[in-house]
Ligand binder design. Structure first.
Ligand code: PMV
Length: 331
């Protein structure tokens, strides 16, 4: 691998305490901290080569356009600024091991892998905090995919964002029997992106401030539940945090509803299943596809429940490791 070329791989993550809303949209600085776990075996691989004749950005086999391309170029410009020298045009190729439309946070994994590969290609030191800050600029949740296991993205206080990055609380080895089931109930592209939806919620939802105060207080409680490997406590917390994020979004003007009827069918099947002794809880990002939390011995029963409730596909995941360099460039 030449010095100006590097390839990195990262897992997506699912937030157990969600990030929903920016205090600075340009720098991607959140109003509140958030907490997540990475999802193996899902991963995105990204190769960066600096100093090529003509720049090119390719995501999952097609040239990146619009906002997506701008975010990649802005990230590379930040690397150049930190390196303090011209790095020339870059070729970036990124590929996921899972479908982009499935709502499985592929942009988080993609920007985490890009941030790591770009820093290494530019000769910058390995520094998880700096990599997380850089990834944050591509997509907020990407800040939490640089390190594996369970991570907190600290909201930070500074206007320049230097203290807004994620740190690891527990590695993936802390809770190996935890399982996360990504349940596909709708393959449709969502009509309102997370980026636009959260901005509209900040601007118009009368519940927004209450959301930020509550979510900030839930982060240390989520960490404590993970420290004890207490699935019942973590599951209950993840569910109420997801309901509260969505409730805040329902109250936006115009209202934002990311749930489909099939989403609700699955969510409403869970209390009964728990009553019958199946330990299973959900979380839900800004899309229709829930992620279930359970443990290894209950995986098959939780998957069967999801399919009975209407999931057409279920992807079995477990906590994954750090973003890492790999020796298999995509070009
Ligand atoms: O990082 P973004 O812009 O894709 O926003 C992510 C927002 C949620 O997925 C809904 C919550 C989260 O913390 O990941």
């Amino acid at each position: 691998m030449s010095a100006a070329k590097a390839t990195a791989r990262a897992h997506p993550n699912i937030a157990l305490v969600k990030y929903w809303g920016k205090r600075d949209a340009a720098r991607i600085l959140p109003h509140q901290s958030s907490f997540s776990v990475t999802l193996a075996p899902l991963e995105v691989t990204t190769t960066v080569q600096l100093g090529v004749a003509a720049g090119e950005v390719e995501l999952n086999g097609r040239p990146a356009t619009g906002r997506e391309r701008e975010r990649v170029l802005a990230l590379l410009a930040e690397v150049e600024a930190e390196a303090g020298r011209a790095l020339g045009p870059a070729r970036v190729v990124s590929r996921g091991s899972f479908p982009m439309a499935a709502g499985l946070a592929s942009s988080a994994a993609g920007f985490a892998a890009l941030a790591l590969a770009a820093r290494v290609a530019a000769g910058l030191p390995r520094d998880p905090a700096a990599t997380s800050r850089l990834a944050r600029g591509g997509s907020g949740s990407a800040s939490r995919s640089v390190q594996g296991g369970f991570c907190t993205w600290h909201r930070g206080e500074r206007a320049d964002g230097r203290d807004s990055f994620a740190t690891q609380d527990f590695s993936e080895a802390h809770w190996p029997e935890l399982r996360l089931l990504a349940c596909i109930v709708s393959g449709e592209e969502k009509e309102v992106s997370s980026r636009d939806g959260m901005q509209s919620t900040v601007d118009t939802s009368p519940y927004y401030r209450a959301w930020t105060v509550d979510a900030e207080a839930e982060v240390p409680r989520a960490r404590q539940a993970v420290a004890r490997r207490d699935l019942a406590a973590l599951g209950a917390l993840a569910e109420r945090n997801a309901w509260r994020m969505h409730a805040t979004a329902f109250a936006a003007d115009p209202p934002l509803c990311y749930l489909k009827p099939a989403t609700l069918a699955l969510l409403l099947a869970l209390p009964g299943a728990r009553g019958r002794g199946l330990p299973v809880w959900f979380t839900l990002d800004a899309g229709p596809n829930p992620v279930l939390l359970t443990t290894e011995p209950h995986l098959a029963a939780a998957e069967a429940l999801a399919r009975e409730a209407g999931a057409t596909d279920v992807v079995r995941c477990a906590p994954g490791g750090d973003a890492r360099l790999v020796d298999t460039p995509l070009f």
